[in-house]
Design a protein around this ligand. Sequence first.
Ligand SMILES: NC(=O)c1ccc[n+]([C@@H]2O[C@H](COP(=O)([O-])OP(=O)(O)OC[C@H]3O[C@@H](n4cnc5c(N)ncnc54)[C@H](OP(=O)(O)O)[C@@H]3O)[C@@H](O)[C@H]2O)c1
Length: 278
Amino acid sequence: MIKRIAFLGCGSMGEAILSGMLASGFKPSAVIATVRRAERAQELASRYGIVAIASDEDAEANQQAVKGADVVILAVKPLGIADLCREVHSVLPPRAVVLSVAAAVSIEQMEAALPAEQPVIRAMPNTPLKVRRGVVALSAGSRASDSHVALAHEVFAGSGLVLDVPEDQQNAVSAISGSGPAYAFYLAEAMAAAGREFGLDDDTAILLARETVAGAGLMLAQPGADPAVLRRAVTSPNGTTERALATFEEQGLPGIITAGAQAAAARAAAITSELSGS
Ligand SMILES: NC(=O)c1ccc[n+]([C@@H]2O[C@H](COP(=O)([O-])OP(=O)(O)OC[C@H]3O[C@@H](n4cnc5c(N)ncnc54)[C@H](OP(=O)(O)O)[C@@H]3O)[C@@H](O)[C@H]2O)c1
């Protein structure tokens, strides 16, 4: 069981994980978070009742935060991960599992920047963790035991679905579920824009699009829901929806979505190479 957890970096993703954990009953007194800016630290402390330290004010914020932690979450941007590992290298409790949520940073890169025996787990979460509907894929490093993996599952268990995947699938996961919430928001934006084309006012167009995507999401969230079955159930032969879907197909929308996901995965692979200096 997790007794003390440190978040090194707590922006959009760190806060999604934190809020999901707290909503599922984890105690704020067991959490310490670091960020760069003092105002962000104050915001997190007052919103969640946790201890939050700003590295702009305290150069040893990250080193302080990891003391006594059994889980250390790395949630800064990918480019900052190796530096952060080196920064806390000398003070990490040997038993602490280091759990990185950074896209594109490999386990090998983190293990190289951490003490020789430090267990490492790479995770790809998504922001619906905030509303306890996240998806997280975990890949354990060579030094992580089953009990370390269990601690990582515990971090996310109350806030979404947790899967174990081989590390070589992490870029695919990132392209589908890591970036995926943005695709769904983009769909809602595009639907609202289509509504405005019909002359709907802004508020009505965005309301229709937002509630429709959210409602469809709730239907998809039912156990065993199949998107193709749900789609067919609202598509009458020769009806209006069928005409729209046929137009999406004719104009190549499935291929466009695949191309977007492939571009996301390719970008992740390129970042991994950039970080290795190759
Ligand atoms: N956002 C997503 O949907 C998503 C999905 C999957 C994975 N991820 C991964 O999550 C990680 C964080 O992304 P994000 O979207 O949460 O970025 P973000 O909102 O920019 O958050 C980064 C956080 O790191 C803090 N920070 C920067 N340097 C620091 C340092 N030296 N010490 C302590 N804190 C520091 C920042 O502090 P300030 O707030 O003071 O600037 C901020 O709180 C990335 O590696 C990304 O690949 C994100």
